[in-house]
Ligand binder design. Structure first.
Ligand code: G6P
Length: 366
Protein backbone atom coordinates (compact mmCIF):
# COMPACT_ATOMS: atom_id res chain seq x y z
CA UNK A 1 0.00 0.00 0.00
CA UNK A 2 1.02 3.60 -0.47
CA UNK A 3 1.92 5.56 2.61
CA UNK A 4 1.16 9.24 2.30
CA UNK A 5 1.01 12.20 4.63
CA UNK A 6 -2.73 12.64 4.30
CA UNK A 7 -3.50 16.21 5.29
CA UNK A 8 -0.46 16.46 7.54
CA UNK A 9 2.54 18.61 6.77
CA UNK A 10 5.06 15.92 7.71
CA UNK A 11 5.08 12.19 8.27
CA UNK A 12 6.30 12.76 11.80
CA UNK A 13 3.22 14.70 12.89
CA UNK A 14 0.96 12.25 11.11
CA UNK A 15 2.66 9.43 13.00
CA UNK A 16 2.35 11.29 16.30
CA UNK A 17 -1.38 11.57 15.70
CA UNK A 18 -1.67 7.89 14.81
CA UNK A 19 -0.58 6.84 18.28
CA UNK A 20 -3.99 6.32 19.90
CA UNK A 21 -4.83 3.98 17.06
CA UNK A 22 -1.60 1.98 16.84
CA UNK A 23 -1.28 1.73 20.60
CA UNK A 24 -4.88 0.53 20.86
CA UNK A 25 -4.21 -1.98 18.14
CA UNK A 26 -1.00 -3.23 19.73
CA UNK A 27 -2.49 -3.47 23.21
CA UNK A 28 -5.48 -5.40 21.91
CA UNK A 29 -3.01 -7.99 20.66
CA UNK A 30 -1.36 -8.46 24.06
CA UNK A 31 -4.27 -8.00 26.43
CA UNK A 32 -7.47 -9.92 26.94
CA UNK A 33 -9.55 -6.91 27.85
CA UNK A 34 -12.80 -8.75 28.50
CA UNK A 35 -11.12 -10.86 31.19
CA UNK A 36 -8.60 -8.33 32.46
CA UNK A 37 -5.65 -10.52 31.53
CA UNK A 38 -2.24 -9.73 30.04
CA UNK A 39 -1.32 -12.62 27.77
CA UNK A 40 2.00 -14.37 28.32
CA UNK A 41 3.73 -14.56 24.92
CA UNK A 42 3.99 -18.18 23.87
CA UNK A 43 7.45 -19.60 24.36
CA UNK A 44 8.25 -17.54 27.46
CA UNK A 45 8.08 -19.10 30.93
CA UNK A 46 8.50 -16.07 33.16
CA UNK A 47 8.48 -18.12 36.36
CA UNK A 48 11.62 -19.95 35.17
CA UNK A 49 13.54 -16.82 34.14
CA UNK A 50 15.90 -15.21 36.62
CA UNK A 51 17.26 -12.31 34.60
CA UNK A 52 16.30 -10.20 31.62
CA UNK A 53 18.74 -8.44 29.39
CA UNK A 54 17.31 -5.76 27.15
CA UNK A 55 19.30 -4.37 24.23
CA UNK A 56 18.50 -1.73 21.62
CA UNK A 57 19.63 1.54 20.04
CA UNK A 58 18.26 5.06 20.03
CA UNK A 59 14.61 5.51 20.84
CA UNK A 60 14.08 1.75 21.11
CA UNK A 61 16.72 1.76 23.86
CA UNK A 62 14.65 4.26 25.83
CA UNK A 63 11.59 2.02 25.48
CA UNK A 64 13.71 -0.74 27.00
CA UNK A 65 14.83 1.62 29.74
CA UNK A 66 11.21 2.26 30.76
CA UNK A 67 10.59 -1.49 30.65
CA UNK A 68 13.39 -2.09 33.15
CA UNK A 69 11.37 -0.15 35.75
CA UNK A 70 8.22 -2.10 34.89
CA UNK A 71 9.75 -5.59 34.94
CA UNK A 72 11.64 -4.93 38.15
CA UNK A 73 8.71 -3.43 39.97
CA UNK A 74 5.79 -5.45 38.66
CA UNK A 75 7.53 -8.82 38.19
CA UNK A 76 10.51 -8.54 40.59
CA UNK A 77 12.68 -9.59 37.67
CA UNK A 78 16.19 -8.09 37.55
CA UNK A 79 16.85 -6.34 34.25
CA UNK A 80 20.07 -5.32 32.55
CA UNK A 81 19.51 -2.64 29.97
CA UNK A 82 22.19 -1.92 27.42
CA UNK A 83 22.89 0.10 24.35
CA UNK A 84 23.48 -2.54 21.66
CA UNK A 85 26.87 -1.17 20.58
CA UNK A 86 28.09 -1.60 24.16
CA UNK A 87 26.39 -4.92 24.86
CA UNK A 88 27.86 -6.65 21.82
CA UNK A 89 31.47 -6.12 22.88
CA UNK A 90 31.21 -6.22 26.66
CA UNK A 91 31.20 -9.98 27.01
CA UNK A 92 29.23 -9.88 30.22
CA UNK A 93 28.20 -13.19 31.76
CA UNK A 94 24.58 -13.99 30.90
CA UNK A 95 22.42 -16.02 33.21
CA UNK A 96 21.70 -19.58 32.09
CA UNK A 97 18.02 -19.01 32.81
CA UNK A 98 18.03 -15.56 31.30
CA UNK A 99 15.91 -14.12 28.52
CA UNK A 100 17.25 -11.53 26.08
CA UNK A 101 14.88 -8.95 24.67
CA UNK A 102 15.99 -6.92 21.67
CA UNK A 103 13.89 -3.96 20.57
CA UNK A 104 13.99 -2.53 17.06
CA UNK A 105 11.54 -0.72 14.85
CA UNK A 106 13.28 -1.66 11.59
CA UNK A 107 14.63 -5.03 12.71
CA UNK A 108 17.80 -4.24 10.77
CA UNK A 109 19.92 -2.11 13.10
CA UNK A 110 23.42 -3.57 12.84
CA UNK A 111 24.41 -3.32 16.50
CA UNK A 112 21.08 -4.68 17.73
CA UNK A 113 21.33 -7.62 15.34
CA UNK A 114 24.90 -8.31 16.48
CA UNK A 115 23.69 -8.24 20.09
CA UNK A 116 20.97 -10.74 19.27
CA UNK A 117 23.56 -13.04 17.70
CA UNK A 118 25.93 -12.65 20.63
CA UNK A 119 23.23 -13.50 23.16
CA UNK A 120 22.08 -16.43 21.06
CA UNK A 121 25.64 -17.72 20.90
CA UNK A 122 25.71 -17.56 24.70
CA UNK A 123 22.67 -19.82 24.84
CA UNK A 124 20.07 -17.15 25.61
CA UNK A 125 16.54 -17.37 24.38
CA UNK A 126 15.75 -14.27 22.31
CA UNK A 127 12.52 -12.32 22.18
CA UNK A 128 12.35 -9.46 19.66
CA UNK A 129 10.02 -6.49 19.97
CA UNK A 130 10.01 -5.53 16.33
CA UNK A 131 7.88 -3.51 13.93
CA UNK A 132 8.99 -4.90 10.56
CA UNK A 133 8.00 -8.54 10.60
CA UNK A 134 10.04 -9.53 7.52
CA UNK A 135 13.24 -8.12 9.02
CA UNK A 136 16.40 -9.99 9.93
CA UNK A 137 15.90 -9.48 13.66
CA UNK A 138 12.33 -10.80 13.44
CA UNK A 139 13.59 -13.86 11.55
CA UNK A 140 16.47 -14.67 13.86
CA UNK A 141 14.62 -14.25 17.16
CA UNK A 142 13.12 -17.26 18.94
CA UNK A 143 10.04 -15.29 19.94
CA UNK A 144 8.54 -12.37 18.06
CA UNK A 145 6.66 -9.68 19.92
CA UNK A 146 5.29 -7.54 17.09
CA UNK A 147 4.52 -3.86 17.46
CA UNK A 148 1.56 -3.07 15.28
CA UNK A 149 2.61 0.48 14.46
CA UNK A 150 2.42 0.21 10.67
CA UNK A 151 5.09 1.76 8.47
CA UNK A 152 7.01 4.53 10.20
CA UNK A 153 8.50 6.98 7.70
CA UNK A 154 9.72 9.90 9.82
CA UNK A 155 13.35 9.24 10.73
CA UNK A 156 12.70 10.28 14.33
CA UNK A 157 10.72 7.44 15.87
CA UNK A 158 7.39 8.27 17.52
CA UNK A 159 4.57 5.76 17.10
CA UNK A 160 7.00 2.83 17.05
CA UNK A 161 8.22 3.99 20.48
CA UNK A 162 4.79 4.00 22.13
CA UNK A 163 3.94 0.72 20.41
CA UNK A 164 7.13 -0.76 21.88
CA UNK A 165 6.12 0.58 25.30
CA UNK A 166 2.69 -1.02 24.86
CA UNK A 167 4.16 -4.46 24.19
CA UNK A 168 6.62 -4.14 27.05
CA UNK A 169 4.04 -2.89 29.57
CA UNK A 170 1.60 -5.69 28.74
CA UNK A 171 4.41 -8.25 28.89
CA UNK A 172 5.68 -6.92 32.23
CA UNK A 173 2.18 -7.28 33.69
CA UNK A 174 1.97 -10.83 32.30
CA UNK A 175 5.37 -11.56 33.86
CA UNK A 176 4.24 -10.16 37.21
CA UNK A 177 1.23 -12.43 37.22
CA UNK A 178 3.19 -15.50 36.07
CA UNK A 179 5.79 -14.93 38.79
CA UNK A 180 3.17 -14.61 41.52
CA UNK A 181 4.01 -10.98 42.23
CA UNK A 182 0.68 -9.60 40.98
CA UNK A 183 -2.69 -10.97 42.06
CA UNK A 184 -5.45 -11.43 39.51
CA UNK A 185 -6.97 -8.25 40.91
CA UNK A 186 -3.72 -6.28 40.46
CA UNK A 187 -3.47 -7.63 36.95
CA UNK A 188 -7.05 -6.62 36.16
CA UNK A 189 -6.41 -3.07 37.40
CA UNK A 190 -3.24 -2.69 35.34
CA UNK A 191 -4.88 -4.10 32.23
CA UNK A 192 -7.78 -1.66 32.63
CA UNK A 193 -5.31 1.19 33.09
CA UNK A 194 -3.50 0.23 29.89
CA UNK A 195 -6.76 -0.02 28.00
CA UNK A 196 -7.35 3.67 28.78
CA UNK A 197 -4.18 4.79 27.01
CA UNK A 198 -5.69 5.49 23.56
CA UNK A 199 -8.36 7.71 25.15
CA UNK A 200 -5.75 9.55 27.25
CA UNK A 201 -3.57 10.01 24.17
CA UNK A 202 -6.50 11.54 22.29
CA UNK A 203 -6.96 14.05 25.10
CA UNK A 204 -3.28 14.92 25.16
CA UNK A 205 -3.15 15.44 21.39
CA UNK A 206 -5.64 18.27 21.93
CA UNK A 207 -2.85 20.20 23.69
CA UNK A 208 -1.18 20.59 20.32
CA UNK A 209 -1.85 24.32 19.99
CA UNK A 210 -0.57 25.14 23.45
CA UNK A 211 2.56 23.13 22.76
CA UNK A 212 3.02 24.82 19.40
CA UNK A 213 2.90 28.24 21.05
CA UNK A 214 5.50 27.13 23.54
CA UNK A 215 7.70 25.74 20.77
CA UNK A 216 7.94 29.26 19.34
CA UNK A 217 9.86 30.18 22.53
CA UNK A 218 11.92 27.01 22.54
CA UNK A 219 13.04 27.65 18.97
CA UNK A 220 14.99 30.67 20.26
CA UNK A 221 17.28 28.77 22.61
CA UNK A 222 20.59 27.01 22.03
CA UNK A 223 20.45 24.50 24.88
CA UNK A 224 17.71 22.71 26.72
CA UNK A 225 17.70 20.32 29.66
CA UNK A 226 15.10 17.59 30.28
CA UNK A 227 14.61 16.10 33.74
CA UNK A 228 12.56 13.20 35.05
CA UNK A 229 12.57 10.56 37.78
CA UNK A 230 11.53 6.93 37.72
CA UNK A 231 9.90 6.00 34.44
CA UNK A 232 9.84 9.70 33.54
CA UNK A 233 13.64 9.64 33.40
CA UNK A 234 13.77 7.65 30.13
CA UNK A 235 11.02 9.92 28.80
CA UNK A 236 13.26 12.90 29.60
CA UNK A 237 16.05 11.17 27.65
CA UNK A 238 13.69 10.53 24.76
CA UNK A 239 12.41 14.12 24.83
CA UNK A 240 15.96 15.44 24.61
CA UNK A 241 16.82 13.01 21.83
CA UNK A 242 13.77 14.06 19.79
CA UNK A 243 14.60 17.76 20.18
CA UNK A 244 18.24 17.42 19.17
CA UNK A 245 17.51 15.04 16.29
CA UNK A 246 15.07 17.25 14.47
CA UNK A 247 15.59 20.84 15.66
CA UNK A 248 19.40 20.61 16.13
CA UNK A 249 19.05 22.38 19.46
CA UNK A 250 21.46 20.88 21.95
CA UNK A 251 19.42 18.98 24.51
CA UNK A 252 20.31 16.69 27.38
CA UNK A 253 18.14 14.38 29.39
CA UNK A 254 19.08 13.81 33.01
CA UNK A 255 17.75 11.92 35.99
CA UNK A 256 16.31 14.74 38.12
CA UNK A 257 18.36 13.60 41.12
CA UNK A 258 21.58 14.00 39.14
CA UNK A 259 20.93 17.70 38.60
CA UNK A 260 23.22 18.59 41.48
CA UNK A 261 25.99 16.44 40.10
CA UNK A 262 26.64 18.49 37.03
CA UNK A 263 23.93 20.14 34.94
CA UNK A 264 23.00 22.59 37.70
CA UNK A 265 26.20 24.46 36.77
CA UNK A 266 24.63 25.30 33.41
CA UNK A 267 21.34 26.67 34.70
CA UNK A 268 20.54 30.22 33.67
CA UNK A 269 17.62 31.93 31.98
CA UNK A 270 18.90 30.98 28.54
CA UNK A 271 18.62 27.24 29.10
CA UNK A 272 15.04 26.12 29.66
CA UNK A 273 14.46 23.01 31.75
CA UNK A 274 11.68 20.68 30.67
CA UNK A 275 10.49 18.70 33.69
CA UNK A 276 8.45 15.56 33.13
CA UNK A 277 6.66 14.98 36.40
CA UNK A 278 3.30 13.28 36.71
CA UNK A 279 1.99 13.38 40.28
CA UNK A 280 3.44 10.01 41.29
CA UNK A 281 5.41 8.49 44.16
CA UNK A 282 8.59 10.40 43.28
CA UNK A 283 6.87 13.70 42.49
CA UNK A 284 7.89 15.49 45.71
CA UNK A 285 11.53 14.64 45.04
CA UNK A 286 11.30 16.19 41.60
CA UNK A 287 9.76 19.33 43.11
CA UNK A 288 12.95 19.85 45.14
CA UNK A 289 14.92 19.70 41.90
CA UNK A 290 12.60 22.25 40.30
CA UNK A 291 13.14 24.55 43.26
CA UNK A 292 16.88 24.27 42.72
CA UNK A 293 16.39 25.28 39.10
CA UNK A 294 14.05 28.16 39.98
CA UNK A 295 16.41 29.48 42.67
CA UNK A 296 19.09 29.88 39.99
CA UNK A 297 16.90 31.79 37.60
CA UNK A 298 16.20 28.76 35.41
CA UNK A 299 13.00 28.73 33.35
CA UNK A 300 10.89 25.63 33.79
CA UNK A 301 8.55 23.97 31.34
CA UNK A 302 6.59 21.62 33.56
CA UNK A 303 4.68 18.69 32.13
CA UNK A 304 2.42 17.34 34.85
CA UNK A 305 -1.23 16.92 35.85
CA UNK A 306 -3.57 19.11 37.90
CA UNK A 307 -2.50 17.61 41.24
CA UNK A 308 1.14 18.03 40.29
CA UNK A 309 0.62 21.64 39.29
CA UNK A 310 -1.03 22.41 42.63
CA UNK A 311 1.52 20.54 44.71
CA UNK A 312 4.53 22.01 42.91
CA UNK A 313 3.38 25.60 43.45
CA UNK A 314 6.28 26.88 41.40
CA UNK A 315 6.68 29.65 38.81
CA UNK A 316 7.13 28.20 35.38
CA UNK A 317 7.63 29.48 31.88
CA UNK A 318 4.80 27.13 30.94
CA UNK A 319 2.90 24.27 32.50
CA UNK A 320 1.40 21.60 30.31
CA UNK A 321 -1.39 19.87 32.19
CA UNK A 322 -2.22 16.30 31.29
CA UNK A 323 -5.11 14.29 32.68
CA UNK A 324 -4.44 12.28 35.84
CA UNK A 325 -3.66 8.64 35.15
CA UNK A 326 -2.28 5.51 36.82
CA UNK A 327 1.52 5.37 37.06
CA UNK A 328 1.92 2.45 34.66
CA UNK A 329 0.63 4.47 31.72
CA UNK A 330 2.46 7.76 32.26
CA UNK A 331 5.46 6.90 30.02
CA UNK A 332 3.15 6.16 27.10
CA UNK A 333 1.07 9.29 27.46
CA UNK A 334 3.84 11.71 28.49
CA UNK A 335 5.78 10.71 25.37
CA UNK A 336 3.30 12.73 23.32
CA UNK A 337 3.94 16.25 24.66
CA UNK A 338 7.71 15.81 24.31
CA UNK A 339 7.27 14.59 20.74
CA UNK A 340 5.01 17.52 19.88
CA UNK A 341 7.36 20.00 21.52
CA UNK A 342 10.28 18.72 19.44
CA UNK A 343 8.17 18.62 16.29
CA UNK A 344 6.85 22.17 16.49
CA UNK A 345 10.23 23.54 17.53
CA UNK A 346 11.80 21.92 14.47
CA UNK A 347 9.09 23.37 12.23
CA UNK A 348 9.83 26.86 13.60
CA UNK A 349 13.53 26.27 13.00
CA UNK A 350 12.75 25.30 9.42
CA UNK A 351 14.63 22.00 9.48
CA UNK A 352 13.88 18.96 7.36
CA UNK A 353 11.72 17.29 10.00
CA UNK A 354 11.19 13.92 8.35
CA UNK A 355 14.76 13.60 7.08
CA UNK A 356 17.00 15.42 9.55
CA UNK A 357 20.58 15.99 8.42
CA UNK A 358 23.09 13.20 9.02
CA UNK A 359 20.53 10.75 10.41
CA UNK A 360 19.21 7.53 8.89
CA UNK A 361 15.97 5.74 9.59
CA UNK A 362 17.78 2.47 9.96
CA UNK A 363 21.46 2.22 10.80
CA UNK A 364 22.62 -0.96 9.09
CA UNK A 365 26.32 -0.26 9.42
CA UNK A 366 28.33 -0.27 12.59
C1 G6P B 1 18.04 5.36 14.14
C2 G6P B 1 16.72 6.09 14.05
C3 G6P B 1 16.04 6.13 15.40
C4 G6P B 1 15.88 4.73 15.94
C5 G6P B 1 17.22 3.98 15.99
C6 G6P B 1 17.03 2.51 16.27
O1 G6P B 1 18.92 6.10 14.92
O2 G6P B 1 16.92 7.41 13.58
O3 G6P B 1 14.76 6.75 15.30
O4 G6P B 1 15.35 4.79 17.24
O5 G6P B 1 17.87 4.06 14.72
O6 G6P B 1 16.37 1.92 15.18
P1 G6P B 1 15.55 0.60 15.25
O7 G6P B 1 15.03 0.39 13.87
O8 G6P B 1 16.51 -0.49 15.66
O9 G6P B 1 14.49 0.77 16.26
Amino acid sequence: YVVDKGNHRHFMVKEIHEQPEVVGHTLAHYLDLANGIAKVPSGIDFAAIDRLSITACGTAYYAGFVAKYWFERLARLPVDIDIASEFRYREQPLSRNGLSIVISQSGETADTLASLRYAKGEGQKIAAVVNVQESTIAREADIRLPTLAGAEIGVASTKAFTAQLSVLAATAVAAGKARGVLSAEDEGKLVRALSEVPRLMHQVLKLDEQIEALARELAKVKHCLYLGRGTSYPIALEGALKLKEISYIHAEGYAAGELKHGPIALIDEDMPVVVIAPYDRVFEKTVSNMQEVAARGGRIILITDRKGQEAAAIDTLATIILPEMPAIVTPLVYAIPVQLLAYHTAVFMGTDVDQPRNLAKSVTVE
